[in-house]
Design a protein. Structure first.
Length: 371
């Protein structure tokens, strides 16, 4: 990762802090995704990292036709772009059931999938679908060890069999996200993925042997992406690696997805000898994970002192005070976590050849567009 690659000319009119995406790096990351998958038709990438219509259209140009979404708004966005298939990888409860059904009606050219891990919720969705005379494509959500959503593998068969009898639902597969497999060592990560995958695939084989439909298996996230790729017949759902960030880049060296989203910031104060403050507080960058929230580029021997709403305070190491950047200097920070960072901004500036060439709206930043 070369810091000079992020430098932008003619920054005088750019208000900071600003979110900047580098289109050439994004395209490199998309090409790497296709290479890892072995077949671009296996890719079912998540859009939650960027939530941008223009980036979905860029992926469609590359041949990606299926997308994973966290919200109804994201699903509407990908359908509007012409996606062939979209899975809302979040349990539908409350008004989101009706919103999902409305979405299916509004965009008949896109096949939408819902997920579920609770019989009573899916039974309720079944009733609503029957009232509307609709058929809804469903995947059972599997808890791969993250303990966030999903049914445990040892309870998967029984739930799947019960749900397969619900009218109005077309049950045909599994959604398997394993955010718990963020193991830095590739071989240990591969071993952990294989252990859980074998249990889930055994259930899938049993369901097929009993003539139940189970043909769609969507597996993994960015860290486990290359591990799942070694299993034939699976759909792969990386997300963050499309744009990448410093957290993943620094931890998963085997994947080599380059950060394509940065934050442009400026030095606004020299409050004390050796100190400098930039205009990038925690209202401008993701507050997770614990620890350093971003990698400051181009300033060696500086360490973070503290961060407030609109301020980030840094201090030069002893003996390097003269290298402190002057007030007004444009600096660049790679977020540790790009996904919530992108959602903090209404748009991203698009850099090409060292200049801002376009602006992409963060289309699905809000949880509601139309439906």
């Amino acid at each position: 990762m070369e810091s000079h690659r992020y430098e932008i000319k003619n920054t005088d009119s750019i208000i900071t802090p600003a979110l900047v995406y580098y289109k050439d790096i994004i395209e490199e990351n998309l090409d790497k995704m296709a290479e890892v998958a072995g077949d671009i038709n296996r890719l079912w990438p998540h859009v939650k990292s960027h939530k941008m219509e223009q980036l979905v259209r860029l992926q469609l140009e590359k041949g990606i036709r299926k997308f994973k979404c966290a919200t109804i708004a994201e699903a509407e966005m990908v359908a509007e772009c012409g996606a062939e298939e979209a899975v809302v990888a979040y349990p539908l409860v409350g008004p989101n059931m009706d919103r999902f059904l409305d979405l299916c009606t509004a965009y008949p050219k896109t096949r939408f999938w819902a997920i579920g891990d609770d019989f009573s919720c899916l039974e309720q969705l079944s009733g609503k679908a029957c009232e509307r005379n609709q058929k809804i494509h469903i995947l059972i959500d599997v808890n791969m060890g993250t303990n966030r959503t999903g049914v445990r593998p040892d309870r998967l068969y029984d739930l799947y069999k019960r749900c397969s009898r619900l009218p109005g639902l077309l049950l045909d597969g599994l959604h398997c996200y394993d955010g718990n497999h963020g193991i830095e060592d590739y071989h240990k990560r591969q071993e952990a993925v294989e252990q859980v995958n074998q249990r889930v695939l055994q259930v899938a084989d049993r369901l097929k042997e009993e003539n139940m439909q189970c043909s769609v298996l969507i597996m993994g996230g960015t860290p486990s992406f290359p591990c799942h790729a070694s299993f034939p017949g699976l759909y792969l759902s990386p997300g963050t690696c499309v744009v990448s960030d410093y957290g993943y880049f620094s931890r998963f060296q085997d994947e080599n997805f380059i950060p394509a989203g940065i934050l442009m910031t400026r030095v606004v104060s020299h409050p004390e000898d050796g100190y400098f403050t930039i205009d990038l507080g925690y209202k401008g960058i993701a507050a997770d994970p614990p620890g350093e929230r971003g990698k400051l580029l181009g300033v060696s021997h500086a360490s973070s002192v503290g961060q407030n709403e609109e301020h980030w305070i840094w201090k030069m190491e002893e003996g390097f005070e003269e290298q402190r950047p002057p007030i007004g200097t444009v600096l660049y920070v790679i977020p540790t976590h790009i996904c919530p960072t992108s959602a903090l901004y209404p748009e991203a500036l698009i850099a090409q050849d060292g200049r801002i060439a376009d602006r992409w709206k963060v289309t699905a930043r809000n949880r509601k567009i139309t439906w």
